[in-house]
Design a protein around this ligand. Sequence first.
Ligand code: PMH
Length: 382
Amino acid sequence: MDPLLYRKAWININLAAISANINQLKKQLPNQTAVMAVVKANGYGHGDIQVAQAALAAGASGLAVALLEEAVRLRKAGIKAPILVMGWVAPEFARIAIEYQITLTVFQVSWLETFKQNKIGQPLSIHLKLDTGMGRLGIRSIEELRDFMAHLAQCNINLTGVYTHFATADEPNHDYYYKQSSRFETLINELKQHTTDQMVVHTGNSAAAIQHSNDMLNAVRFGIGMYGLYPSLYLKETQPISLEPALSLHAKLTHVKKVGAGESISYGATYTTEQEEWIGTIPVGYADGIQRGWQGLSVLINGKKMPLIGRICMDQCMVKLDQAYPIGTEVTFIGKQGNEKISMEEIAQHLGTINYEVACLLTNRLPRFYDPSDTEGAGVNF
Ligand code: PMH
């Protein structure tokens, strides 16, 4: 069903860009390294099901999410590819993972004990998480690993993969990356003493996949780069790979007026006109993910940058126009108009955050469109 579009505000997702980004990475990776598409958090705000389908069609061999809920949602949408849940899932829900053929991330002996007590008939597939320096989830020492493997032997579980996650792979200095890599190797060597199972061994996120392509073992977990966004400003500047952003965000002016000098705009009267000015009203606000911190950023109208002025409201915000424009004139918050563009990175810098957060915080109130004819707003008629 098409989303309702009574309000003139929407997101375009260019799925061809998702495919192109996967192909760019694949060109750089050794043949034996597969791509897992990371589609957690509603595909970083881009739409999990649509991105998953596009990624699989472009040659991704599996999917990764954070929550069991996210994995089940993909299965219910008819997606058959392997899905890894990277977050911690309570052992009580292992039955759900088995029912939907979803792979869980496991690394705790206590987890295995609860799982064993629940006496489930069919085997569960898991990937073992090793914490080599992220300090978040996973086994850290050889002793813990031995203990885990001893308990695993008593469980109806297939160990189908093992992985770690890098904390600094997006940086120019690789020291910590190498420290983590070497810890991983030590733990993997120990693991091989305890099992002969065929496992998918994977370490890399986008940054590691881009900067250390030849170290990437059996698979990479490609998140931010798949969406055409760089994992850090350093990688955006150095561009070791060419990525194309998939998301653009647009709206149409709902009101245009001329105000006299010395008039204030929006809550708190934080902006006061210095002279007569044309002011436009746009029907998006912080409930759409355009946070109050966006005040002072620009939007594109008529191919030109114009500043958002005054406080951003819940559902609306105001822009200073360079002239009168008709109601219904297109406004671009993220993306291109003519020769100008506004990137998620520049928004993130203004907000003091990262592009990941800008994308993930765009709420579901903004409808997403995937048809290529919509990518220039052409398919959106009002
Ligand atoms: N693997 C794991 C375990 C992750 O948590 C993430 C992203 C990825 C792969 C993909 O990383 P990329 O998007 O940089 O390619 N996780 C997060 C996070 O927890 N906070 O920001 C990104």
